[in-house]
Ligand binder design. Structure first.
Ligand code: HEM
Length: 467
């Protein structure tokens, strides 16, 4: 017989909301440390459970029918419609099968040269002694790469600006619907300082919030309209000038439904395109931004990276063939994603009453698997707060229980772009690090903005030093 969830120790409902809203990551970490492996808590009428047992995390991520993406993702529906990230059931399965071939290893490899080429183009505009917002630079670079590799299109500056602006406004809007963020100072990855004012505003009913919210909603609608206009223009251009089957948009346009022979409507295409643009650049840009911050704060790691690049590349540009030799560069990327997972938690909603770990999970409960919590869990990582790429030696990932390290998720909804992203991060890192060291501008406050993704809120200002 299974047990009632509420017999488990859990945080007090009232303080939980305030704590969560002020500092979601800190709240989750405290729950994981102070309570049992399942931590139930209530927000309003909704029940949530943080899971910290890796087997239970795996079980939930594996069953896409019993556990569907939770309602919080609906924030993204306005922006992404029913693309791969937000759809469910048979519709999702069909779209996933259609999109899968474009992410096959061989095709991904053919994108390597583009990734390096676009990075070099960016470096031609960089000079020693310049100050850069490296997050902004990484966002633009990964956006250009995703547009080129997935849609075989050089993005005209105007279009890229429209898309970058639309995504920025939309993500900012989503953040305003969501929660607070702690603060980091260079060289000091803690303690967390709370950003309470904004958080408190967010948990007030809409009617009590300042009119600023309406303004933001309007800007959000305008941003979506701009995104639609740009993406529909790309689709129409293809419809009138003929499609190619060399990229995802072309493939999605040509593919016919096996049952009725119909093709995707413009709206379906728009949703997949918007999803791949968003999912395909923001997370990789975040990984790289955090990596640069960590490298700047850990000169001994930078030195080892330099040594590997000298041995393997000796000044020439990296290619896909070099990837197996760039072991330390891979470890740096993995370790950056451990400490700063670009997506900090996955949420799933139980579609029926079910049982986890001997407890009844009522239908409608939101289950949370937090990368932020698991990646820093002292049970699985020695000195979990320390940036130590060497920990990935001896195939640590394979030795860890499944459900401990999952920056790309797990189960059927695992990131479709995982190989793409890993290859891209390593190639970009290797290309830039051979030319420049990035030093943090002193005294800046680097804030974590943890909403849909984990990004540096006000960017990361660096001084470029030519190598
Ligand atoms: C470091 C970079 C990246 C990280 C950390 C990341 C992480 C994730 C995670 C955690 C999920 C699963 C979400 C869930 O289960 O709720 C996901 C899904 C997804 N990602 Fe990524 N991602 C990255 C890069 C990319 C790239 C480069 C692309 C495309 C080019 C991409 C496309 C997608 C798509 C389409 C989904 C939805 C898959 C589905 O449900 O079928 N991602 N990603």
């Amino acid at each position: 017989m299974s047990l009632n969830l509420l017999t488990l120790p859990h945080p007090n409902g009232r303080t939980a909301i305030a704590d969560y809203s002020r500092d979601r990551l800190g709240f989750m970490t405290r729950c994981a440390r102070e309570f049992e492996e399942i931590v139930p808590f209530q927000f309003g009428d909704g029940w949530y459970c943080l899971l910290t047992n890796p087997d239970q995390i795996t079980e939930v991520l594996k069953d896409r029918l019993l556990f569907v993406k939770a309602k919080d993702l609906q924030m993204l529906h306005g922006l992404l419609g029913t693309g791969l990230l937000t759809s469910e059931g048979d519709f999702w399965l069909r779209q996933r099968r259609l999109a899968q071939p474009v992410f096959h290893q061989q095709r991904i490899h053919s994108y390597g040269a583009t990734m390096v080429d676009y990075t070099q183009r960016m470096l031609q505009t960089w000079q020693g002694g310049q100050i850069q917002d490296v997050h902004e630079a990484m966002m633009r670079l990964t956006l250009n790469i995703v547009m080129k590799t997935l849609f075989d299109q050089d993005v005209a500056d105007g279009e890229a600006n429209h898309i970058a602006h639309a995504l920025d406004v939309a993500m900012y809007w989503a953040d305003q619907q969501d929660e607070g963020e702690p603060t980091l100072t260079p060289g000091n990855v803690g303690p967390w300082f709370q950003q309470s004012l904004k958080a408190i505003t967010r948990i007030l009913p809409r009617s009590l919030q300042s009119t600023g919210m309406e303004d933001m909603d309007r800007q959000y609608q305008e941003a979506i309209a701009l995104l639609d206009e740009t993406v529909y223009a790309m689709i129409h251009h293809r419809r009138t000038h003929g499609t190619s089957d060399q990229d995802l948009l072309g493939m999605l346009m040509q593919i016919e439904d096996a049952d009725d022979g119909s093709r995707m409507t413009d709206k379906q295409l728009r949703d997949e395109v918007a999803t791949l643009i968003l999912a395909g650049h923001e997370t990789t840009a975040n990984t790289l931004s955090w990596t640069w911050m960590l490298l700047a704060n850990h000169p001994h790691v930078q030195q080892k990276l330099d040594a590997e690049l000298k041995t393997v590349l000796d000044g020439r540009s990296p290619t896909v063939a070099d990837l197996p030799q760039l072991t330390y560069t891979h470890w740096i990327t993995k370790e950056a994603m451990r400490l700063y997972p670009p997506i900090t938690e996955l949420t799933r909603e139980a579609t029926q009453d079910c049982e986890i770990g001997g407890y009844t999970i009522p239908k409608g409960t939101t289950l949370i698997a937090s990368q932020w919590v698991m990646h820093r869990h002292p049970r699985y990582f020695t000195e979990p707060e320390v940036f130590n790429p060497e920990r990935w030696d001896n195939d640590l990932e394979k030795q860890l229980p499944r459900g401990v390290y999952f920056p790309f998720g797990d189960g059927p909804r695992v990131c479709i772009g995982k190989s793409f992203a890993l290859m891209e991060a390593v190639l970009i890192l290797a290309t830039i690090a051979q030319k420049f060291h990035l030093e943090l501008i002193p005294h800046q406050i680097i804030k974590l903005q943890s909403s849909i993704t984990l990004r540096p809120k006000n960017g990361i200002q660096v001084l470029l030093k030519q190598v």
